[in-house]
Design a protein around this ligand. Sequence first.
Ligand code: SAM
Length: 267
Amino acid sequence: MTRPEAPAQAGAPAQAGAELKGRYTAADLGVFTRDEASRFAPRGEGDPQADAVLAWELLYRLEPELYDRLATAERLHPGVVGWLPRDLGRIAEVGAGAGRLTMELIERGQHISAVEPALPLRRILRRKLAAADHGDRVRVIPGFFDDLPLPDGFADLVVACSAFTPAPGHGGQAGLAEMERVCRPGGLVAIIWPNNLDWLAAHGYRYVSFPGPMSVQFGSHHEAVELAEIFYPQAAGEIRRRGARQVPFEVLGINPPRDLAFRVLPG
Ligand SMILES: C[S@@+](CC[C@H](N)C(=O)[O-])C[C@H]1O[C@@H](n2cnc3c(N)ncnc32)[C@H](O)[C@@H]1O
């Protein structure tokens, strides 16, 4: 299904500099398209100050460059990308965002379809691709997990990174079924940085994790403090004290992007 590319509203945060939890209000929900609102704020309701998932969705649309700075610092474990198959014909990525994984997929497939609902993130991704070698291998398209705009058996690899969850608005049962529909028989479906291993295991997904210390690589100590005050306020004091631009994931209190869940479809 093709969706209209509604113009993004150049909204300013309710409180610039505020932590994510208090950054937006219900008044900001108007930035969502109808299709987005039906998934992220059903019945037109929702309080981003009480619902962190909703606050992230507003961030992607109201302050996409701020989100991109964080995602750029939170690099994937090289083992994760190294584990994915090479020399593929077609790859579909869902929830591609500003391209943290997409840029790595360019060298692994001839044609990559990057599905991303948030128009401001699609714009950032297109900008990065325009400057990248072989960036024209990637087609950036709007869409949602539960209604992928791709044909049956389309891709050798269908992948999502830090995007899929069992919640219906962010994948769920319907979203997983869609990823598997779009994958060819014998192909691979992979969920990178999964957040609910038991749920995925119950759906036949196996798990791989890559060892070693991992840090978030901020551009400077100043940026580490600035972004921590917004996204990891509980760790900001410790990051200030350390005086370094690299921050171990343990300091932030989150699991590092070192793992994936996968299923090879029957051939
Ligand atoms: C944390 S970001 C990760 C982006 C990117 N994959 C990365 O690793 O940097 C989550 C992404 O999932 C997308 N997303 C959220 N709900 C979605 C849905 N129902 N269908 C497809 N993508 C969705 C968001 O727009 C956002 O780009």
